[in-house]
Design a binder for this molecule. Structure first.
Ligand SMILES: [Zn+2]
Length: 421
Protein backbone atom coordinates (compact mmCIF):
# COMPACT_ATOMS: atom_id res chain seq x y z
CA UNK A 1 0.00 0.00 0.00
CA UNK A 2 1.21 3.52 -0.79
CA UNK A 3 0.89 5.92 2.11
CA UNK A 4 2.38 9.09 3.58
CA UNK A 5 5.72 7.55 4.51
CA UNK A 6 6.47 5.62 1.29
CA UNK A 7 8.58 6.64 -1.66
CA UNK A 8 6.39 8.42 -4.18
CA UNK A 9 8.97 9.04 -6.90
CA UNK A 10 7.42 6.47 -9.26
CA UNK A 11 3.94 7.97 -9.19
CA UNK A 12 2.72 10.29 -12.00
CA UNK A 13 4.15 13.81 -11.61
CA UNK A 14 0.79 15.47 -11.05
CA UNK A 15 0.05 13.04 -8.21
CA UNK A 16 3.52 13.54 -6.70
CA UNK A 17 2.98 17.28 -6.76
CA UNK A 18 -0.43 16.94 -5.19
CA UNK A 19 0.91 14.75 -2.37
CA UNK A 20 3.69 17.25 -1.75
CA UNK A 21 1.32 20.23 -1.59
CA UNK A 22 -1.00 18.55 0.91
CA UNK A 23 1.94 18.25 3.31
CA UNK A 24 1.50 21.99 3.90
CA UNK A 25 -1.22 22.86 6.43
CA UNK A 26 -2.90 25.85 4.84
CA UNK A 27 -6.16 26.08 6.79
CA UNK A 28 -7.68 29.52 6.23
CA UNK A 29 -8.12 31.44 9.48
CA UNK A 30 -11.15 33.69 9.54
CA UNK A 31 -10.04 35.35 12.77
CA UNK A 32 -6.79 36.60 11.28
CA UNK A 33 -6.60 39.98 9.59
CA UNK A 34 -3.31 39.29 7.80
CA UNK A 35 -3.08 38.14 4.19
CA UNK A 36 -2.63 35.28 3.81
CA UNK A 37 -4.34 34.31 7.05
CA UNK A 38 -1.89 31.56 8.05
CA UNK A 39 1.82 30.78 7.90
CA UNK A 40 1.32 27.54 5.94
CA UNK A 41 -0.07 29.46 2.98
CA UNK A 42 3.03 31.69 2.98
CA UNK A 43 5.30 28.67 2.96
CA UNK A 44 3.34 27.00 0.18
CA UNK A 45 3.34 30.24 -1.84
CA UNK A 46 7.14 30.43 -1.61
CA UNK A 47 7.44 26.79 -2.61
CA UNK A 48 5.16 27.24 -5.63
CA UNK A 49 7.04 30.35 -6.68
CA UNK A 50 10.33 28.42 -6.49
CA UNK A 51 8.88 25.62 -8.61
CA UNK A 52 7.58 28.03 -11.23
CA UNK A 53 10.99 29.69 -11.44
CA UNK A 54 12.69 26.31 -11.74
CA UNK A 55 10.35 25.41 -14.61
CA UNK A 56 11.36 28.64 -16.32
CA UNK A 57 8.14 30.66 -15.96
CA UNK A 58 8.39 34.41 -16.46
CA UNK A 59 8.10 36.89 -13.62
CA UNK A 60 7.25 34.32 -10.94
CA UNK A 61 6.69 36.20 -7.70
CA UNK A 62 4.61 36.33 -4.54
CA UNK A 63 2.69 39.60 -4.16
CA UNK A 64 2.59 41.46 -0.86
CA UNK A 65 -0.81 39.86 -0.24
CA UNK A 66 0.48 36.34 -0.73
CA UNK A 67 -0.74 35.69 -4.28
CA UNK A 68 1.63 33.68 -6.48
CA UNK A 69 1.74 35.01 -10.02
CA UNK A 70 3.71 33.94 -13.09
CA UNK A 71 3.37 33.90 -16.84
CA UNK A 72 4.44 31.99 -19.90
CA UNK A 73 4.96 34.19 -22.95
CA UNK A 74 3.12 33.41 -26.19
CA UNK A 75 5.00 31.41 -28.79
CA UNK A 76 5.82 33.16 -32.09
CA UNK A 77 2.66 33.89 -34.09
CA UNK A 78 0.35 33.80 -31.04
CA UNK A 79 1.42 37.12 -29.52
CA UNK A 80 -1.86 38.80 -30.42
CA UNK A 81 -4.12 36.02 -29.20
CA UNK A 82 -6.14 36.60 -26.03
CA UNK A 83 -4.10 35.59 -22.98
CA UNK A 84 -5.45 32.52 -21.14
CA UNK A 85 -5.25 32.32 -17.36
CA UNK A 86 -5.30 29.47 -14.84
CA UNK A 87 -6.14 30.01 -11.18
CA UNK A 88 -6.18 27.70 -8.15
CA UNK A 89 -6.28 28.39 -4.43
CA UNK A 90 -3.76 27.46 -1.75
CA UNK A 91 -5.86 27.49 1.41
CA UNK A 92 -8.12 24.75 2.72
CA UNK A 93 -11.49 25.05 4.42
CA UNK A 94 -11.54 25.86 8.15
CA UNK A 95 -14.50 23.47 8.49
CA UNK A 96 -12.14 20.53 9.08
CA UNK A 97 -8.64 20.06 10.45
CA UNK A 98 -6.10 20.75 7.70
CA UNK A 99 -3.04 18.83 8.84
CA UNK A 100 -0.91 16.94 9.23
CA UNK A 101 -2.55 14.94 6.45
CA UNK A 102 -1.90 11.20 6.70
CA UNK A 103 -2.97 10.06 3.28
CA UNK A 104 -2.99 6.68 1.64
CA UNK A 105 -3.84 5.49 -1.84
CA UNK A 106 -6.58 2.89 -1.59
CA UNK A 107 -7.05 0.34 -4.36
CA UNK A 108 -10.81 0.75 -4.22
CA UNK A 109 -12.82 -2.38 -4.93
CA UNK A 110 -16.25 -0.90 -4.17
CA UNK A 111 -18.11 -0.77 -0.87
CA UNK A 112 -17.26 1.33 2.18
CA UNK A 113 -13.79 2.77 2.72
CA UNK A 114 -12.49 2.38 6.27
CA UNK A 115 -10.44 5.47 7.09
CA UNK A 116 -9.69 4.66 10.73
CA UNK A 117 -10.65 1.16 11.87
CA UNK A 118 -9.93 1.88 15.56
CA UNK A 119 -12.21 4.87 15.71
CA UNK A 120 -14.67 3.49 13.20
CA UNK A 121 -14.36 6.37 10.79
CA UNK A 122 -15.77 5.01 7.55
CA UNK A 123 -16.71 6.59 4.23
CA UNK A 124 -19.98 4.75 3.70
CA UNK A 125 -21.44 4.23 0.25
CA UNK A 126 -24.90 4.67 1.76
CA UNK A 127 -24.03 8.27 2.56
CA UNK A 128 -21.59 8.92 -0.28
CA UNK A 129 -23.16 7.00 -3.19
CA UNK A 130 -21.00 8.69 -5.86
CA UNK A 131 -18.14 6.46 -4.69
CA UNK A 132 -19.66 3.56 -6.62
CA UNK A 133 -18.50 5.16 -9.87
CA UNK A 134 -14.90 4.71 -8.83
CA UNK A 135 -14.79 0.98 -8.09
CA UNK A 136 -11.61 -0.47 -9.55
CA UNK A 137 -9.68 2.81 -9.26
CA UNK A 138 -6.94 4.10 -6.98
CA UNK A 139 -8.31 6.76 -4.64
CA UNK A 140 -6.34 9.05 -2.35
CA UNK A 141 -8.02 9.16 1.06
CA UNK A 142 -7.16 10.48 4.53
CA UNK A 143 -6.90 8.70 7.87
CA UNK A 144 -10.25 10.23 8.81
CA UNK A 145 -8.81 12.95 11.05
CA UNK A 146 -8.15 15.76 8.57
CA UNK A 147 -9.47 16.86 5.23
CA UNK A 148 -7.41 15.82 2.23
CA UNK A 149 -6.89 19.18 0.55
CA UNK A 150 -7.82 18.14 -3.00
CA UNK A 151 -9.77 21.40 -2.74
CA UNK A 152 -7.73 22.95 -4.11
CA UNK A 153 -4.24 21.48 -4.11
CA UNK A 154 -5.36 19.12 -6.86
CA UNK A 155 -6.06 22.31 -8.85
CA UNK A 156 -2.59 23.67 -8.08
CA UNK A 157 -0.98 20.40 -9.17
CA UNK A 158 -2.97 20.53 -12.43
CA UNK A 159 -1.95 24.13 -13.18
CA UNK A 160 1.68 23.32 -12.38
CA UNK A 161 1.35 20.44 -14.86
CA UNK A 162 0.25 22.93 -17.52
CA UNK A 163 3.30 25.09 -16.82
CA UNK A 164 5.61 22.10 -17.09
CA UNK A 165 3.99 20.78 -20.28
CA UNK A 166 4.40 24.10 -22.08
CA UNK A 167 7.79 25.13 -20.66
CA UNK A 168 9.48 21.80 -21.34
CA UNK A 169 8.10 21.73 -24.89
CA UNK A 170 8.73 25.17 -26.39
CA UNK A 171 7.80 23.78 -29.83
CA UNK A 172 4.13 23.58 -28.77
CA UNK A 173 2.34 26.74 -29.97
CA UNK A 174 0.22 28.58 -27.41
CA UNK A 175 -1.02 32.05 -26.52
CA UNK A 176 0.27 33.93 -23.50
CA UNK A 177 -0.57 32.01 -20.32
CA UNK A 178 -1.05 33.64 -16.91
CA UNK A 179 -0.92 31.65 -13.70
CA UNK A 180 -2.12 32.64 -10.22
CA UNK A 181 -2.40 30.81 -6.91
CA UNK A 182 -4.59 32.68 -4.46
CA UNK A 183 -4.85 32.50 -0.67
CA UNK A 184 -7.97 32.40 1.51
CA UNK A 185 -10.55 31.50 -1.12
CA UNK A 186 -12.48 29.45 1.43
CA UNK A 187 -13.21 32.51 3.54
CA UNK A 188 -14.16 34.59 0.50
CA UNK A 189 -11.02 36.69 0.54
CA UNK A 190 -9.40 35.05 -2.47
CA UNK A 191 -9.92 37.84 -4.91
CA UNK A 192 -9.74 40.77 -2.48
CA UNK A 193 -6.27 41.80 -3.59
CA UNK A 194 -6.29 40.21 -7.03
CA UNK A 195 -4.79 42.65 -9.52
CA UNK A 196 -6.40 41.84 -12.87
CA UNK A 197 -4.05 44.20 -14.67
CA UNK A 198 -0.97 42.50 -13.26
CA UNK A 199 -2.45 39.06 -13.99
CA UNK A 200 -2.76 40.14 -17.60
CA UNK A 201 -5.19 37.47 -18.81
CA UNK A 202 -8.17 38.12 -21.08
CA UNK A 203 -10.01 35.06 -19.81
CA UNK A 204 -9.23 32.39 -17.27
CA UNK A 205 -10.24 29.11 -15.67
CA UNK A 206 -10.29 28.35 -11.98
CA UNK A 207 -9.34 24.70 -11.47
CA UNK A 208 -11.36 24.22 -8.31
CA UNK A 209 -14.28 22.00 -9.25
CA UNK A 210 -15.41 18.54 -8.29
CA UNK A 211 -15.95 15.32 -10.14
CA UNK A 212 -14.61 14.21 -13.49
CA UNK A 213 -16.01 16.24 -16.39
CA UNK A 214 -17.70 18.94 -14.33
CA UNK A 215 -17.58 22.48 -15.58
CA UNK A 216 -19.17 25.24 -13.56
CA UNK A 217 -20.57 28.12 -15.55
CA UNK A 218 -23.34 29.16 -13.22
CA UNK A 219 -23.31 30.35 -9.66
CA UNK A 220 -25.93 31.82 -7.38
CA UNK A 221 -26.80 35.48 -7.34
CA UNK A 222 -26.12 36.30 -3.71
CA UNK A 223 -27.13 38.96 -1.21
CA UNK A 224 -26.87 39.29 2.54
CA UNK A 225 -29.50 41.04 4.66
CA UNK A 226 -29.39 42.23 8.24
CA UNK A 227 -32.86 42.54 9.75
CA UNK A 228 -32.87 44.59 12.94
CA UNK A 229 -35.86 44.94 15.27
CA UNK A 230 -36.05 47.87 17.65
CA UNK A 231 -38.09 47.05 20.76
CA UNK A 232 -39.35 49.02 23.72
CA UNK A 233 -37.99 48.04 27.11
CA UNK A 234 -40.24 48.30 30.16
CA UNK A 235 -39.93 46.47 33.47
CA UNK A 236 -41.68 43.12 32.93
CA UNK A 237 -43.89 43.81 35.97
CA UNK A 238 -45.57 46.75 34.29
CA UNK A 239 -45.01 45.71 30.67
CA UNK A 240 -48.59 44.99 29.67
CA UNK A 241 -49.50 46.95 26.58
CA UNK A 242 -46.14 48.75 26.59
CA UNK A 243 -43.23 46.36 26.03
CA UNK A 244 -42.17 45.45 22.51
CA UNK A 245 -39.75 42.51 22.67
CA UNK A 246 -37.31 42.76 19.74
CA UNK A 247 -36.17 39.18 20.25
CA UNK A 248 -39.71 37.87 19.73
CA UNK A 249 -40.13 39.98 16.62
CA UNK A 250 -36.90 38.70 15.12
CA UNK A 251 -37.82 35.07 15.72
CA UNK A 252 -41.24 35.77 14.19
CA UNK A 253 -39.52 37.23 11.15
CA UNK A 254 -37.49 34.05 10.75
CA UNK A 255 -40.53 31.83 11.42
CA UNK A 256 -42.54 33.49 8.65
CA UNK A 257 -39.90 33.05 5.95
CA UNK A 258 -41.13 30.59 3.26
CA UNK A 259 -40.75 27.15 4.85
CA UNK A 260 -39.80 25.31 1.68
CA UNK A 261 -37.27 27.85 0.48
CA UNK A 262 -34.36 26.79 2.66
CA UNK A 263 -30.99 25.24 1.72
CA UNK A 264 -32.02 21.96 3.32
CA UNK A 265 -35.19 21.71 1.19
CA UNK A 266 -33.97 22.90 -2.20
CA UNK A 267 -31.54 21.77 -4.86
CA UNK A 268 -30.46 22.35 -8.48
CA UNK A 269 -31.63 25.85 -9.47
CA UNK A 270 -34.03 26.48 -6.60
CA UNK A 271 -33.29 29.59 -4.56
CA UNK A 272 -33.62 30.11 -0.82
CA UNK A 273 -33.51 32.30 2.27
CA UNK A 274 -30.97 31.17 4.83
CA UNK A 275 -30.96 32.75 8.31
CA UNK A 276 -27.50 32.16 9.75
CA UNK A 277 -27.25 34.16 12.98
CA UNK A 278 -29.53 35.79 15.56
CA UNK A 279 -28.19 38.27 18.09
CA UNK A 280 -29.63 40.67 20.63
CA UNK A 281 -32.17 41.05 23.39
CA UNK A 282 -35.44 42.78 24.27
CA UNK A 283 -34.38 46.25 23.22
CA UNK A 284 -32.76 45.34 19.94
CA UNK A 285 -32.29 42.09 18.07
CA UNK A 286 -31.12 41.18 14.61
CA UNK A 287 -30.85 38.27 12.24
CA UNK A 288 -28.49 37.80 9.31
CA UNK A 289 -30.15 36.21 6.28
CA UNK A 290 -28.49 34.97 3.11
CA UNK A 291 -30.51 35.28 -0.10
CA UNK A 292 -29.63 33.03 -3.02
CA UNK A 293 -31.07 32.46 -6.49
CA UNK A 294 -29.61 31.45 -9.85
CA UNK A 295 -32.26 33.39 -11.74
CA UNK A 296 -31.62 37.12 -11.87
CA UNK A 297 -35.31 38.16 -11.87
CA UNK A 298 -36.23 35.73 -9.12
CA UNK A 299 -33.28 37.06 -7.14
CA UNK A 300 -34.59 40.62 -7.39
CA UNK A 301 -38.10 39.49 -6.43
CA UNK A 302 -36.68 37.60 -3.47
CA UNK A 303 -34.85 40.69 -2.24
CA UNK A 304 -37.79 43.05 -2.64
CA UNK A 305 -40.15 40.58 -0.92
CA UNK A 306 -37.84 40.44 2.03
CA UNK A 307 -37.47 44.22 2.13
CA UNK A 308 -41.24 44.73 1.99
CA UNK A 309 -41.74 42.63 5.10
CA UNK A 310 -40.30 45.45 7.20
CA UNK A 311 -43.66 47.25 6.93
CA UNK A 312 -45.45 44.34 8.64
CA UNK A 313 -43.85 45.52 11.86
CA UNK A 314 -44.96 49.16 11.63
CA UNK A 315 -47.89 48.30 13.87
CA UNK A 316 -45.38 48.20 16.73
CA UNK A 317 -44.27 51.69 15.81
CA UNK A 318 -42.82 53.05 12.61
CA UNK A 319 -39.24 51.96 12.01
CA UNK A 320 -39.50 48.95 14.34
CA UNK A 321 -37.97 46.79 11.62
CA UNK A 322 -35.04 47.96 9.58
CA UNK A 323 -33.48 45.91 6.83
CA UNK A 324 -30.08 46.58 5.32
CA UNK A 325 -29.18 44.51 2.27
CA UNK A 326 -26.08 44.17 0.17
CA UNK A 327 -25.36 42.15 -2.97
CA UNK A 328 -22.41 39.77 -2.59
CA UNK A 329 -21.86 38.30 -6.05
CA UNK A 330 -23.77 37.52 -9.22
CA UNK A 331 -24.36 34.48 -11.38
CA UNK A 332 -21.38 34.40 -13.72
CA UNK A 333 -23.51 32.93 -16.51
CA UNK A 334 -24.49 36.36 -17.79
CA UNK A 335 -20.84 37.44 -18.07
CA UNK A 336 -19.82 34.22 -19.77
CA UNK A 337 -22.55 34.67 -22.37
CA UNK A 338 -20.66 37.67 -23.72
CA UNK A 339 -17.59 35.56 -24.46
CA UNK A 340 -18.95 32.20 -25.65
CA UNK A 341 -15.55 30.88 -26.76
CA UNK A 342 -14.38 30.69 -23.16
CA UNK A 343 -16.92 28.00 -22.40
CA UNK A 344 -16.93 26.26 -25.77
CA UNK A 345 -13.13 25.86 -25.65
CA UNK A 346 -13.34 24.24 -22.21
CA UNK A 347 -16.05 21.86 -23.37
CA UNK A 348 -14.06 20.98 -26.47
CA UNK A 349 -10.95 20.29 -24.37
CA UNK A 350 -12.91 18.00 -22.03
CA UNK A 351 -14.37 16.10 -24.99
CA UNK A 352 -10.97 15.86 -26.68
CA UNK A 353 -9.80 13.96 -23.59
CA UNK A 354 -12.62 11.45 -23.95
CA UNK A 355 -14.71 12.83 -21.11
CA UNK A 356 -18.32 14.07 -21.26
CA UNK A 357 -18.63 17.65 -20.01
CA UNK A 358 -21.18 18.03 -17.22
CA UNK A 359 -22.47 21.56 -16.70
CA UNK A 360 -23.09 22.09 -13.06
CA UNK A 361 -25.15 24.94 -11.55
CA UNK A 362 -23.04 25.71 -8.46
CA UNK A 363 -25.12 26.26 -5.34
CA UNK A 364 -22.67 28.81 -4.09
CA UNK A 365 -20.12 31.18 -5.50
CA UNK A 366 -16.64 30.75 -6.89
CA UNK A 367 -13.69 33.09 -7.19
CA UNK A 368 -14.52 32.97 -10.87
CA UNK A 369 -17.91 34.57 -10.22
CA UNK A 370 -16.27 37.63 -8.74
CA UNK A 371 -13.56 37.74 -11.38
CA UNK A 372 -16.12 37.35 -14.17
CA UNK A 373 -18.00 40.31 -12.77
CA UNK A 374 -14.77 42.32 -12.63
CA UNK A 375 -14.22 41.65 -16.33
CA UNK A 376 -12.30 38.38 -16.44
CA UNK A 377 -14.60 35.63 -17.76
CA UNK A 378 -13.72 32.65 -15.61
CA UNK A 379 -15.56 29.30 -15.52
CA UNK A 380 -14.48 26.57 -13.11
CA UNK A 381 -12.93 23.26 -14.22
CA UNK A 382 -12.99 19.95 -12.36
CA UNK A 383 -10.10 18.67 -10.26
CA UNK A 384 -11.62 15.22 -9.81
CA UNK A 385 -11.99 15.49 -6.03
CA UNK A 386 -15.08 14.57 -3.99
CA UNK A 387 -16.60 15.48 -0.62
CA UNK A 388 -14.64 18.68 -0.04
CA UNK A 389 -14.36 20.38 3.37
CA UNK A 390 -14.46 17.22 5.48
CA UNK A 391 -12.55 14.11 6.49
CA UNK A 392 -14.23 12.06 3.75
CA UNK A 393 -12.66 14.20 1.04
CA UNK A 394 -10.98 11.95 -1.51
CA UNK A 395 -9.40 12.07 -4.95
CA UNK A 396 -9.65 9.29 -7.54
CA UNK A 397 -6.26 9.21 -9.25
CA UNK A 398 -7.57 8.71 -12.83
CA UNK A 399 -9.76 11.82 -12.41
CA UNK A 400 -6.74 13.91 -11.36
CA UNK A 401 -4.79 12.66 -14.40
CA UNK A 402 -7.73 13.61 -16.64
CA UNK A 403 -7.99 17.03 -15.03
CA UNK A 404 -4.36 17.68 -15.93
CA UNK A 405 -4.83 16.32 -19.46
CA UNK A 406 -7.84 18.60 -19.98
CA UNK A 407 -6.03 21.70 -18.70
CA UNK A 408 -2.98 21.01 -20.89
CA UNK A 409 -5.24 20.40 -23.91
CA UNK A 410 -7.03 23.67 -23.21
CA UNK A 411 -3.74 25.56 -22.92
CA UNK A 412 -2.70 24.19 -26.31
CA UNK A 413 -6.06 25.26 -27.78
CA UNK A 414 -5.19 28.86 -26.88
CA UNK A 415 -3.12 28.89 -30.08
CA UNK A 416 -6.36 28.66 -32.06
CA UNK A 417 -8.39 31.16 -30.07
CA UNK A 418 -8.08 34.52 -31.79
CA UNK A 419 -11.15 36.13 -30.24
CA UNK A 420 -13.45 35.25 -27.35
CA UNK A 421 -16.69 35.86 -29.23
ZN1 LIG B 1 -11.97 25.28 -3.57
Amino acid sequence: MIKSDTDISRLPRVLQRFLHYISFDTTADDSSSSTPTCEGQKLLAEELCRELKALGADNAHVTEHGIVMASIPATPGCENHPVMGFIAHMDTSPEAKGGPVNWRIAAYQGGDIVLDAGEEIVTKVSRFPELKRYAGQDIVVTDGHTLLGADDKAGIAVVMGVAEALLTHPEIPHAGISIAFTPDEEISRGTEHFDLQAFGADYAYTVDGGELGEIDVETFNAAIAKVTMHGTVVHPGIAKGKMVNALRLVTRFVETLPKDETPERTDKREGFYHPIRIEGGVEQASVIILIRDHDEDAFEVRKSRLAARAYDYDRYGEGTCRIVMRDQYYNMKKYLKRTPKVLSAAKAAIRACGVTPVKNPVRGGTDGAKLSEAGLPCPNLFTGGLYFHGVHECLPVPSLLKAEEVAVTLAKMSAEIESLR
